[in-house]
Design a protein around this ligand. Structure first.
Ligand code: SIN
Length: 338
């Protein structure tokens, strides 16, 4: 299986960009042009979104509609399709890069998954909008134009996201606002760069494959594209009065359904307070979960930052330096090669 996505034929200079449509607000339609909230996501075809969008000189653009969903509803079905199509398109020697139109709500999860599993050597640029396509002043058309610029940028590689003129690494990005057009942030890492007046200004290197993932990526891809359900990993929160009831309810339900099922509960990610600290009563229940063979990781429920270790740790619940939704995917991948 070719996981490097290098053109097979050195004689072919890539001149094709492919835009994969998955839905989201960028493809949303509202009854009133000034309605930015009461619209339906995933209505306008990706080919129509591309109408009138400037194509970078020397490139041709092709569209493929992969899905038409509100991204809050994404899951293994659409992620499988994306993993397979991104791999296939990037294997075409004349394809220089991909753009994926996606809802903002789970864009950071899709970006994280694609970068960890595929770590492409060509650019894969996710883009989105905070206003529907039918808005008086939609933001999606500019984001789409900027995403094509990034996909055509010489030397660009890896999974990134483009929103409101900023380029974010697919590994660092997080949605931080429910309404603002500039809804994403790269936390302490800061954005990779900007798209200004049809050109990229880069501050940091493009995302590259994590060395430790190299031998695991083919196994992940094979397993994620296979017929088996993905490992079940659930997320929960430490909060005032968190007494572990939810954890024990999950363990009881799982025991009731039997441990031999392929979709049995295998992991928990808990978003702790501050530096990933956990309510003592919740911790007691999480230790019971570990004793029942569940993998348990902790992160922070803070909007920014990551969990720091105080020193050599004998902490029974290992910390992970990722936001909860990406930590869930990281644990899911870990379980596939455990
Ligand atoms: C979605 O995530 O599909 C809807 C919300 C958005 O794109 O902003």
């Amino acid at each position: 299986m070719n996981l490097n996505f290098e053109p097979q034929d050195d004689q072919i200079r890539p001149d094709r960009l492919v835009v994969l449509g998955t839905g989201g607000t960028i493809a949303g339609r509202a009854a009133q042009r000034d309605d930015h909230v009461g619209y339906r996501a995933g209505e306008v075809a990706v080919a129509d979104l591309l109408d009138g969008i400037p194509v970078p000189p020397g490139w041709r653009v092709q569209a493929e509609q992969l899905a038409q969903i509100d991204s809050k509803d994404i899951g293994p079905g659409v992620w499988r399709l994306l993993l397979a199509r991104v791999r296939d398109w990037l294997g075409q020697p004349d394809v220089g890069g991909l753009v994926i139109t996606h809802g903002t709500d789970t864009l950071e999860e899709t970006a994280y998954l694609l970068q960890r599993v595929l770590a492409p050597t060509k650019p894969v640029v996710l883009t989105c909008a905070m206003r529907p396509a039918t808005a008086l002043v939609p933001d999606g058309s500019q984001n789409l134009a900027d995403a094509l610029v990034v996909a055509a940028e010489p030397g660009a590689r890896g999974v990134v996201a483009v929103c409101a003129g900023r380029i974010h690494s697919g590994l660092a990005l997080r949605k931080v606002h429910h309404y603002r057009l500039d809804a994403f942030d790269s936390g302490d890492a800061g954005p990779l760069g900007l798209v200004e007046q049809g050109a990229c200004a880069l501050f940091q290197p493009w995302p590259v494959a994590e060395a430790a993932d190299c031998s695991r990526r083919p196994v992940w891809l094979d397993r994620l594209l296979g017929p088996q359900p993905w490992p079940r990993v659930e997320c929960l929160l430490s909060h005032g009065g968190a007494d572990g009831w939810l954890v024990r309810a999950l363990l009881a339900q799982d025991a009731l359904q039997g441990h031999d099922r392929p979709d049995r509960l295998q992991g928990l990610v808990v978003a702790g307070t501050g530096n990933g600290t956990l309510h003592a009563d919740l911790l007691a229940a999480l230790l019971e979960a570990q004793a029942a063979s569940l993998r348990v990781w902790r992160t922070t429920r803070c909007a920014s930052g990551r969990v720091l270790l105080a020193g050599p740790s004998s902490d029974p619940i290992p910390p992970v330096a990722l936001p909860p939704a990406q930590a869930r995917l990281a644990l899911l991948l870990e379980l596939l090669t455990a």
